[in-house]
Design a protein around this ligand. Structure first.
Ligand code: HMG
Length: 391
């Protein structure tokens, strides 16, 4: 039986961040509400020189070698904050990374669920074409608006997953449960660059979807909580996943409860310092777990709950592969976090308000102050101008 799964996993967040306690002070909110009640310490802030395309391309840059670039014949870009209603963000990334031209490149959308849909599509493609590799991207900039209740759950960043046969990091098991229901808990009409959310309803639906897919998964597979070393969640903010985990912890022994709680904490470290990155959030959590947990053995089963408002949810699982740790980039990610620059609240607000022209005006952006290799350098004739500084 062909094993298919995650061969490589890359991550990128912009070089700026806002301290949540400082945001709280400026919004007259008790800082504990953000750091404990919501569970966020820092929020990644994207400068105007980063968008969904560049964030994804930077995430992919850290994992792909020349052989991968030749073998990738499918780029699937999951995003809900793409830059064009027509052209797929995958085509830009395909060019920026110099991938084999004999490839497909598309964009998929279903709120934060897009990258999961991409991974499942990739799995089917590899099953039919075992020698190929698929690049799945999840990249977003979460914007609710200044002084909104969603503000504390903003963020920016991207993940890049190389899906292949005989993967080095994790095989994806075949059994999964998915669920769709038309709900207005969070949406973004095409005329708005900020999301609308019914916060309370979105929390309720997240929990209801988790309960539905978890119960159905157990009924379908005969699996139980003790079969899992950890469960990773889509994390709009780190308290959200914990609320869901708490509802099922009682199904396990004390040991199982301790293991899942400890690993949950490890799976939230990166997200706590980045914020909601929508499509990439679940995979950032998986990365955090694998890079931060010290005693997560190969062979461990990891559960994953993907939720995209609107809404689609899925529960699926993967098995960690022998020596998976050797295929991670722990030091690189430690450097990425350590080298970030803090912005003040007024600086963050100014960056938030800075938008690109929508009337065809040409604009050249200063990319010298953005340490990312791949940046948005400007807009000419309504066309975004991307630069890969390594070329
Ligand atoms: P809010 O309504 O201002 O916050 O915004 P709250 O009053 O509900 O408080 C939040 C928590 O902080 C509560 O804890 C308070 O008790 C606690 P809980 O009852 O939930 O356990 N708290 C404190 N804790 C310690 N010390 C204090 C203190 N004060 C209060 N002093 C909300 C919260 C999440 C609603 C808002 O930020 C929002 O609307 N965010 C956007 C929507 C969202 O993230 N929804 C999550 C589920 S939907 C989803 O995940 C999909 C999504 O990613 C989009 C997609 O799919 O594309 C969003």
């Amino acid at each position: 039986m062909l094993k298919i799964g995650i061969d490589k996993l890359g991550f990128y967040a912009p070089h700026l961040y806002l301290d949540m306690t400082k945001l709280a002070a400026s919004r007259n909110v008790d800082p504990d509400k953000y750091t404990i009640g919501i569970g966020q310490d820092k929020m990644a802030v994207a400068p105007i020189t980063q968008d969904a395309v560049t964030l994804a391309a930077n995430a992919a840059l850290e994992i792909l070698d020349d052989r991968d670039k030749e073998a990738i014949d499918f780029v699937i870009f999951g995003t809900e904050t793409g830059v064009d209603s027509s052209k797929s963000a995958g085509v830009y990334v395909h060019e920026l990374l110099g991938l084999n031209p004999y490839a497909r490149a598309i964009e998929v959308k279903q709120a934060c669920y897009g990258a999961t849909a991409g991974i499942q599509m990739a799995k089917g493609h590899i099953a039919m074409n075992p020698d190929s590799k698929v690049l799945v991207l999840g990249s977003d900039i979460a914007r609710y608006g200044l002084n909104t209740s969603g503000e504390a759950t903003q963020g920016a960043g991207a993940v890049a997953l190389l899906i292949s046969a005989d993967p080095s990091i994790m095989t994806l098991e075949d059994q999964s449960v998915y669920f769709t229901s038309d709900i207005m808990d969070f949406w973004r009409p095409v005329y708005s660059d900020k999301a609308f959310a019914d916060g309370k309803l979105s929390n309720e639906q997240y929990m209801a979807f988790f309960s539905k897919v978890w119960e159905q998964y157990k009924a379908k597979t005969g699996m139980e909580l003790s079969d899992f070393a950890a469960i990773c969640y889509h994390l709009p903010y780190t308290k959200m996943g914990y609320k869901a985990l708490k509802t099922i912890l009682g199904e396990g022994s004390e040991d199982v409860q301790e293991r899942l709680s400890a690993n949950y904490k490890m799976s939230t470290t990166y997200n706590r310092n980045v914020g909601n990155i929508y499509t990439g959030s679940l995979y950032l959590s998986l990365l955090s777990l694998m890079e931060q947990a010290e005693d997560l053995a190969a062979g461990s089963r990891i559960g994953m709950f993907s939720y995209g408002s609107g809404a689609v949810g899925e529960f699926f699982t993967g098995i960690l592969q022998p020596n998976y740790q050797q295929h991670l980039h722990v030091d690189q990610h430690a450097r990425l976090f350590a080298s970030r620059i803090e912005v003040t609240v007024p600086e963050y607000e100014a960056i938030f308000e800075e938008t690109l022209p929508t009337d065809g005006t040409t604009i050249e952006l200063d990319i010298d102050h953005d340490p990312a290799n791949i940046c948005l350098a400007g807009v000419t004739d309504d066309k975004r101008q991307y630069v890969n500084k390594l070329n």
